[in-house]
Design a protein around this ligand. Structure first.
Ligand code: UD1
Length: 384
């Protein structure tokens, strides 16, 4: 069997690592080997957004690089489709595997299906119902055309069933990102917080503050809804710099998109000069996992971090008005709460989170064994 799998951005890398490991394990034992081709679209290209994750997670180098880079959504999707179409024609795979909800997921599932290649979507069925999110469009289109939909939780399966996807195309496998978390937990736990800060300070010669376990807040922010408009971003930045950082150090590994927007909106100065604000470059996987494991509270608009907080028990303020991952919410048993971009909400829930004890939660099948289940689903005769 020949499988092509596709990655494009940072959140794809922690999902592909265990899948490749599952293929390697299969090939060690099974008589019928799997030929695997890894394609990197190149949407994320900075060393810290891409290669660092290949190194940290021991992902073999991509076999094919499409070199798509930055651009508008149409440019990214269009260039990826054109380049990936050639790969599918040349390789004629049995399966194309796409992950998550990024532009690579959309572009490659469409290109594959138009060539009548079979397509499998890992992390299918998540829905925010927010059509202003590019990721929601990517999820909807990919799930509508893929042949095999592997879901991380039962709510996602129910979403797909509601949309009319036949039962036999859906398989509940669990959350593949948690495979990586479980595999890398020990390595991360051996890291020292001070050394992480020292190696990743955004300003290379900045003084490194002494910060202890459970004594800091951690944040990430990059979504267009939060960082593209001054009237939304400005009050958030004021709250973070004047209120959060007044109570405890606030560690912020900055996504390139957020930094660019802060500069464009003339907010960079107030962030850069705020006392107690610890600005870092984008972090590698182990560094982020280590900081998350000991943060008092995490503020984020990332999807993956909400899930990691659930398993680690870190109280999480999700700076969005909706989530495609409701299983991570407190009222569904998780550790996160939706606060949107409203400072009143964020202030109230920040205070509540500081009172919340760290309570790790493990949703069904988030057991570190999802990748072998994904591979088994692909190998099952009924899926062919
Ligand atoms: C993408 C994903 C998003 C995911 C996020 C995680 C889509 C639609 N969105 O958003 O779901 O949560 O990745 O990181 O695919 N840039 C760099 N260096 C890089 C990568 C990007 O400087 O290595 C810059 C780009 O020039 C661009 C901006 O950052 O201006 C945003 O990058 P882009 O690839 O458009 O999407 P993300 O916002 O990262």
């Amino acid at each position: 069997m020949k499988i092509i799998s596709v990655v494009g951005t940072r959140p794809n890398f922690m999902k592909i690592a265990p899948f490749i490991r599952a293929i390697e394990n299969h090939n060690r034992e099974a008589a019928e080997k799997i030929e695997h081709i890894l394609v990197h679209t190149g949407q994320h290209y900075d060393h810290r957004m891409s290669q660092k994750f290949f190194d940290d997670l021991q992902i073999p180098p991509a076999d094919i690089h499409l070199g798509v880079g930055s651009g508008s959504h149409a440019e990214q999707v269009g260039h990826t489709m054109i380049a990936f179409e050639k790969v599918v024609v040349d390789e004629n795979p049995d399966w194309v595997v796409v992950l998550g909800d990024v532009n690579a997921t959309l572009a490659c599932s469409i290109a594959a299906k138009k060539l009548r290649a079979k397509c499998c979507h890992i992390e299918a069925g998540l829905r925010s119902l927010d059509m202003s999110m590019p990721e929601e469009i990517n999820r909807l289109v990919t799930d509508r055309i893929a042949d095999l939909l592997l879901t991380p939780d039962r709510l996602s399966g129910a979403n797909l069933a509601k949309e009319g996807v036949p039962d036999k195309q859906i398989k509940f496998v669990g959350n593949i990102m948690i495979d990586t978390l479980e595999e890398q937990r020990d390595t991360a736990s051996r890291l020292n917080i001070h050394s992480i800060l020292q190696q990743n300070m955004l300003r290379e010669n900045a003084a490194v503050p002494a910060i202890g376990e459970e004594q800091y807040a951690l944040m990430t922010l990059h979504r267009p809804a939060n960082v593209d408009h001054r009237e939304i971003l400005h009050p958030i930045i004021e709250f973070l710099t004047l209120e959060v950082a007044a109570q405890m150090p606030l560690i912020w590994p900055i996504h390139p998109r957020a930094k660019k927007q802060l500069e464009n909106l003339q907010l960079w100065n107030s962030v850069e000069n705020a006392p107690n604000m610890v600005l870092l470059k984008p972090l590698g996987y182990h560094d982020m996992l280590r900081l998350n494991s000991s943060a008092r509270v995490l503020l984020t608009d990332s999807g993956g971090l909400q899930e990691e907080c659930t398993v680690l028990g870190t109280p999480c303020l999700t700076m969005r008005w909706n989530t495609e991952r409701p299983i991570t919410l407190k009222d569904k048993g998780g550790t996160s709460v939706l606060v949107g971009s409203d400072v009143e909400n964020i202030r109230r829930e920040f205070a509540a989170a500081l009172q919340q004890p760290r309570t790790p939660v493990r949703p069904e099948l988030w057991d570190g064994k999802t990748a072998p289940r994904c591979l088994a689903a692909l190998l099952e005769p009924r899926a062919h």
